[in-house]
Design a protein around this ligand. Structure first.
Ligand code: R5P
Length: 387
């Protein structure tokens, strides 16, 4: 299967023939501390099953999925993506419901679909917005998908016998939107014996939903063989408009070859000059750029990347721009990880830092809602679900 990637507001359309919901899971009730003790074993079983191909998925029962007249569909979120979920719901005109999430004293997580949300989860397709970062986000996302699958399948048995114990299976209808896909940079086996982490996480998530929306994924090709359709969407159109309104750059720079497609999309959208640097990463904190003449004398430049972590890439690129006469330098990205004092480091080199809220960060000024909404609409079309 060939994937096409685009950052101009379009999403790629791989040709998938079917997708479905997971069946045959072993489910355990999470009604108290003692029950939670079984989760690690249950999770390991499921993980093992996915990698051995034991876990089966049922195919669509007919391709058409019709929205019931007058119902509003639902965006759900857990502990890490509430803002993006609200932005997505606003972009789509859907309801947003928050799931219950908390931590036990030993740090294990607990999730529950509140009683008042159960009907909403069953009546129409749902989109769960959840990050797989940091690691706790992976477990929380899997647990939320597990609970949503159970509720939609009508598996409601609980030890306290609250409410109906079994209901009809309402069929497929679970999309997962991942604003920041953790492990996205381990997308290749750089040395023998390494895990291709991004692919491993992708397979796990795909085993529990009918489609995945990923927002500005570092290298989309790593998720090309998942068992469900994936919509690769991007905030670059919104990032471009934000830069135009606030910074009015003359020149857009990609700090490395990997960001050329994204940054050039921004440059085209707001009609700016564009160039890129060639970067070599010596280690996590040491970046070297190949010398290059850039026509930036007297110009305002915006450096555009998918993510900023330590800030090293941006600081080195900003230095090169200043040395060649740039009068103002801004940094813009989708994912503001800002690790290890990155903001303090960045403000010594750039005049402004701009990010989306895919991760909670102090430079969140660009809404990710429209990009996620494009991904949701794309999957509805590909899965032939009507809205
Ligand atoms: C790498 O290829 C990415 O696109 C970013 O350029 C990189 O992850 C940024 O990391 P840092 O801020 O630590 O230089």
């Amino acid at each position: 299967m060939t994937l096409r990637h685009s950052y101009d507001g379009e999403v790629s359309r791989p040709n998938y023939s079917c997708a479905g919901s997971l069946v045959g899971w072993s489910t355990r009730l999470i009604t108290g501390r003692s029950q939670v003790q079984v989760l690690p074993r249950a999770l390991l079983h499921l993980v093992d099953g996915v990698f051995r191909g034991i876990v089966t998925r049922k195919e669509h029962e007919g391709s058409a999925f019709r929205l019931h007249q007058g119902n509003r569909m639902v965006v759900l979120s857990g502990s890490n993506s509430r803002l993006l979920a609200e932005q997505l719901a606003a972009s789509l005109g859907w309801e947003h419901h928050q799931l219950e999430t908390r931590r036990f004293p030993d740090s294990e997580g607990y999730i529950r679909i509140p009683s008042e949300t159960i009907e909403a989860v069953r009546k129409e397709p749902v989109v769960l917005v959840s990050n797989t970062f940091p690691d706790a986000g992976i477990v929380e996302t899997l647990l939320m998908l597990e609970a949503i699958n159970d509720v939609r399948k009508g598996n409601m048995e609980n030890l306290r016998e609250i409410g109906p114990q079994n209901m009809d299976d309402v069929g497929p209808g679970i999309l997962l939107a991942v604003p920041y896909f953790g492990y996205s940079r381990q997308d290749k086996r750089f040395k023998p014996g390494e895990a291709i982490s991004a692919r491993a996480i992708g397979h796990l998530l795909a085993s529990r939903c009918d489609g995945i929306i990923v927002f500005d994924l570092h290298a989309p090709s790593v998720l090309e063989d998942l068992s469900v359709p994936v919509a690769f969407t991007s905030a670059m159109p919104e990032l471009a408009l934000h830069l135009q309104e606030t910074v009015q750059p003359d020149f857009i720079l990609s700090p490395d070859k990997g960001a050329i497609e994204r940054a050039s999309t921004v440059a085209k959208k707001i009609n700016c000059e564009f160039s890129y640097l060639e970067k070599t990463r010596i280690d996590a904190h040491t970046i070297v750029h190949k010398a290059k003449d850039l026509d930036v004398d007297g110009k305002t430049v915006a450096i555009v990347d998918d993510m900023i972590a330590t800030g090293g890439t941006i600081c080195r690129a900003a230095e090169a721009l200043r040395n060649q006469g740039a009068i103002a330098v801004h940094a813009a990205c989708s994912h503001g990880l800002f690790t290890g004092g990155a903001i303090a480091r960045l403000i010594r080199y750039v005049d402004g830092v701009h990010a989306t809220g895919s991760l909670s960060n102090p430079r969140d000024v660009i809404s990710g809602g429209p990009a996620l909404a494009r991904g949701v609409n794309d999957l509805f079309e590909r899965l032939e679900w009507s809205q």
